[in-house]
Design a protein around this ligand. Structure first.
Ligand SMILES: NC(=O)c1ccc[n+]([C@@H]2O[C@H](COP(=O)([O-])OP(=O)(O)OC[C@H]3O[C@@H](n4cnc5c(N)ncnc54)[C@H](O)[C@@H]3O)[C@@H](O)[C@H]2O)c1
Length: 317
């Protein structure tokens, strides 16, 4: 049986990955400092995972947690563009230095492969769509710049150190367990919880900005494909080659919930890119991966989950 470590395993994408890998009967370790991750996300599976509570930048913690580990799925980061505009140093310290510490310790501990989360934000506002992996990174925020730097280190470690690395550039992931309560909450959980409560959601800018929304189960599948079939040192887009505007997304959420609500429009946020959609063909060619979920199907499953878990976030401070 494989021993797998998931950093950020108490967070949104991490916990979806943990739950899937438990189904596959792997031995699971989680490293998380619960800065944005939640205890409640691990409810019902506490006994089935080994939890290493602490910071990714703590080398001693990593040394202990990575002993005997075959594969690491690295999700931990300070994952927000607007938050990184307010706290550039902290974002860089956690996201970049935490990742370099992880690569280094993984190499020293005999881990075979680290699959790590990068982000579509590294493409910035440069011309040319859909985004392809050979485009040069053009970050617009400290978060995006940190992720681009993580990719450089991923290549260095994968090439010159005894550990393989594969990076995945996620494009706006959504689904169950995504936290709608933080000031930096993502658009899908924001819209769904507002619409379920009968409140008008906020749209920053004119709503004509677009994103390539990816359902979290496809991201989970992408991680497993990257671990099993991805090429060492590569970075792949995890996308659907399709764009949805924020206005269209709200329409989809309202239709799914059966509500009729107008958005409140506010100033566009600095650091946000105007348009984003990615080319997934390299990942498909090299691993056979294709996304299974349309945005509409993902939204239906997500709305269902939030409906069934309306009190989920009540216990949070
Ligand atoms: N959600 C998206 O749309 C999206 C898009 C692109 C990239 N990503 C990347 O995917 C990864 C997961 O994002 P998410 O949406 O699940 O966010 P999340 O905030 O739900 O999860 C991040 C997890 O990392 C943990 N963490 C943060 N700093 C840590 C540290 N120093 N030490 C240990 N644990 C720490 C948090 O407590 C949390 O559990 C991140 O690397 C993020 O940058 C996400």
């Amino acid at each position: 049986m494989q021993t797998i470590c998931i950093t950020g395993g108490a967070g949104f994408i991490g916990v979806n990955l943990v739950r899937k890998l438990l189904d596959n009967r792997a031995k699971i370790r989680i490293i998380d400092d619960f800065s944005t991750g939640r205890e409640i996300n691990l409810q019902g599976i506490e006994g089935q995972v080994e939890l290493y509570r602490g910071d990714l930048r703590d080398t001693d913690l990593l040394k202990e947690a990575l002993q005997g580990v075959d594969v690491v799925y690295h999700q931990a980061a300070m994952p927000s563009v607007p938050r990184s505009m307010e706290a550039p140093l902290k974002t860089t310290d956690i996201t970049l230095m935490g990742t370099v510490n992880l690569f280094n310790q993984a190499a020293e501990s005999g881990v075979q492969r680290v699959v790590y989360a990068s982000s579509s934000s590294i493409y910035g506002n440069q011309p040319g769509f859909p985004r392809t992996e050979e485009m040069y990174p053009a970050p617009e925020s400290p978060y995006a710049a940190s992720k681009a730097a993580c990719e450089l280190f991923g290549k260095v470690f994968g090439t010159n150190f005894p550990v393989e690395t594969v990076g995945l550039r996620y494009f706006n992931v959504f689904g169950p367990y995504q936290d709608p309560t933080s000031n930096y909450a993502a658009v899908v959980p924001n819209f769904i919880t507002a619409v379920l409560a009968g409140e008008s959601p906020v749209i920053y800018g004119d709503g004509e900005q677009s994103r390539d929304f990816t359902y979290v189960q496809d991201v989970v599948k992408a991680n497993i494909y990257a671990a099993e079939k991805g090429q060492n040192g590569r970075v792949y887009n995890v996308a659907r080659r399709d764009q949805t505007t924020i206005n269209q997304l709200l329409e989809m959420v309202c239709k799914t919930v059966g509500a009729d609500l107008e958005a409140k429009f506010e100033e566009a946020r600095p650091g946000d890119v105007r348009c984003s959609y990615g080319d997934d063909r390299l990942f498909n060619k090299e691993t056979g991966f294709t996304a299974d979920y349309s945005v509409a199907r993902g939204v239906r499953e997500t709305v269902e989950w939030y409906r069934e878990n309306l009190d989920y976030w009540d216990c949070l401070e």
